[in-house]
Design a binder for this molecule. Sequence first.
Ligand SMILES: [Zn+2]
Length: 106
Amino acid sequence: MRMALVLMSVVGILIALSSAPAVAGAGPDGKTAGGSTPAVDVGNKICPVTGEKIGSMEHEKATKVEYKGKLYNLCCPMCAAEFKKNPAKYVKVVEKELESSKKKPS
Ligand SMILES: [Zn+2]
């Protein structure tokens, strides 16, 4: 009788353990519940270093640089290196671009 009770509780724990990850991974839409917060893509379309549009044919090497928890889009790795030399300057350029793109939706 006692053995049966122990078995029952063991089974119960196993069920709880196996169902827990399924529930956690069920709907992670929105913010991730993990410890580290992923960097947010600022979504700029113009490389702040060269001032060129990112994503056109000649910019297949488009890359992203993380700075202060944000991802900045750059047209090539060379610009990424340049960005890292003077991030504050280029962040301002990106912010200007984002602001002007908000004001006049083409
Ligand atoms: Zn570039």
